[in-house]
Design a protein around this ligand. Structure first.
Ligand SMILES: [Zn+2]
Length: 88
């Protein structure tokens, strides 16, 4: 049975088998996001490492870690008062 599911190469529009890992027409591949070598170089230039770090270690991350510490303190207090209640 023929597997006739295909998709158009995002780069050059050639019809490729759905499971194709690369385009035999323009050479772009699934691994590099269907870009040409020049496109890939542009993407590397556009990659903003500072922005990446800012997003990874944003204020939200700090707040959530502070919140977790605060929650742990509350849980310890609750457990402490519960054990006092049980033992008392
Ligand atoms: Zn192509």
């Amino acid at each position: 049975m023929k597997d006739d599911s295909t998709f158009a190469c995002p780069h050059c529009g050639a019809e490729l088998p759905a499971r194709a890992k690369f385009c035999r027409h323009c050479g772009s591949s699934d691994e590099d996001g269907w870009k040409t070598e020049s496109d890939e170089l542009d993407a590397d230039d556009d990659f903003d490492y500072d922005e990446y770090v800012r997003e990874e270690f944003s204020e939200n991350t700090v707040v959530s870690s502070k919140l977790k510490t605060w929650q742990i303190v509350v849980i310890l207090l609750i457990l402490g008062s519960m054990s006092l209640w049980v033992l008392g």
